[in-house]
Design a protein around this ligand. Structure first.
Ligand code: CU
Length: 390
């Protein structure tokens, strides 16, 4: 890329490579799917591996068998006088009926997946203070009627100790009362041991492999929490503009990093500015475009969503992996379509907050997170300490 304007823009922004952070990028000689980094990607992978792949192998080998059989049994030497019939009702019913059945089998889990990607998770987290001896915990089921928590499977109940959490089992460890009403009561069989707190995650977006469906393996389903952060991605010829409406709407452009600002492996993947998000939190992504249709795609998250001028689309992702992830515009949009990569850097909550404040400073705004600490600091000494920290 010898475009001087392009290089100039890149030089004004932060470097494309961050030392010490692992990268998730396509492998030049890879053949399988990229590692799944979000619940949606995990669901897509298990759908592919457990349903689509066996099905297509079965069909391929069946067709191959038919071909070989016809070649051997009905060649001119083995079968000198061919039969002259042109119809067979049974065969025609079978080759219509069986494919329809196969499409049904594929369609049902696909609709589940589309719904999961399309509907924003709304899991609410209810945290309780450590309460020795307490067995009854109440929370408000204040969802809109269509999203109300109505079944036991809409709840995950955890015992939390520091960073660790233990999933409690319905029936064995706790009972629930009032599902579908405004007040829900979780009654523990036994009070939690000292040092453990209760956390309830309530919501209807649920992911993970279900035991009932696959009859084997672990039940890894869980409720997905509501987004804590929104990012708006605007595609244009040829780059992406991102803004963070929750933190003062600061905005930046992410163009393809020029060759001298990145490594050989990351050239055409790295951008001049990564999107930065906190690990473990649900992120809402809103997409739109300024000129023609683009598509914001991040394979590791199972996300591919069109960015359409004059419209807003939304989807979400969530990942626990602290890495830099790479994706690309996936809707052919003009001559430089292949040069509009997407990069997402997933960091800890603290690093994310520091980054937000840095970004805000670049746009002449007061710090958001450090500002809170300052406001909370009561004494002059605390204030001094908070200032020094930042
Ligand atoms: Cu594009």
């Amino acid at each position: 890329m010898a475009d001087p304007a392009f290089a100039q823009e890149a030089a004004d922004t932060t470097p494309a490579i961050v030392d010490g952070l692992e990268e998730d990028r396509p492998d030049a000689i890879g053949t399988g799917l990229r590692e799944a980094a979000s619940p949606v990607a995990e669901e897509i992978h298990s759908f592919y591996e457990l349903t689509l792949l066996p099905m297509k192998l079965l069909i391929s080998f069946f067709v191959l068998g038919l071909l070989v059989w016809v070649m051997i049994r009905y060649n001119a030497k083995a079968n000198p006088v061919p039969k002259r019939f042109s119809h067979n009702t049974l065969v025609e019913i079978l080759w219509t009926g069986i494919p329809v059945l196969i499409l049904f089998i594929i369609a049902i889990p696909s609709f589940d997946l589309l719904y999961l990607e399309d509907v924003m998770p709304d899991g609410q987290v209810h945290e309780y203070d450590e309460a020795p001896g307490q067995t009854e915990f109440q929370f408000a089921n204040d969802f809109p009627a269509s999203r109300m928590v109505k079944k036991e499977r809409h709840l995950d109940v955890f015992a939390v100790r520091g960073e660790e959490r233990r999933l409690l089992q319905p029936g064995d460890d706790f009972e629930v009362e009032g599902l579908g009403d405004e007040n829900v009561l979780v009654r523990l069989e036994n009070p939690l041991p000292a040092g453990e707190r209760l956390r309830i995650v309530a919501g209807r977006a649920r992911v993970g492999a279900k035991k009932a469906l696959w009859l084997f393996g672990e039940d890894t389903t869980r409720v997905i929490e509501a987004p804590t952060l929104t990012i708006k991605a605007t595609g244009y010829q040829w780059g992406w503009a991102y803004s963070y409406p929750d933190y003062g709407d600061f905005e930046f452009d992410a163009l393809m990093a020029p060759p001298d600002a990145t490594t050989e492996e990351l050239y055409r993947l790295a951008t001049t500015n990564d999107i930065v998000v906190p690990a473990g939190e649900t992120v809402r992504v809103i997409t739109t475009a300024r000129d023609v249709i683009h598509s914001w795609a991040m394979p590791a998250f199972g996300v591919k969503i069109d960015a359409i001028p004059g419209r807003l689309n939304e989807t979400w992702f969530q990942t626990d992996m602290e890495k830099t992830f790479y994706g690309q515009c996936s809707e052919i949009c003009g001559k430089d379509h292949a040069f509009m990569p997407i990069s997402v850097r997933v960091v800890s909550r603290e690093e994310f907050e520091a980054w937000v404040d840095e970004r805000r400073e670049l746009e002449g705004m007061e710090p958001f997170f450090a500002g809170q600490e300052l406001a909370a600091a009561e004494s002059g000494e605390e204030r001094q300490a908070a200032l020094q920290q930042n």
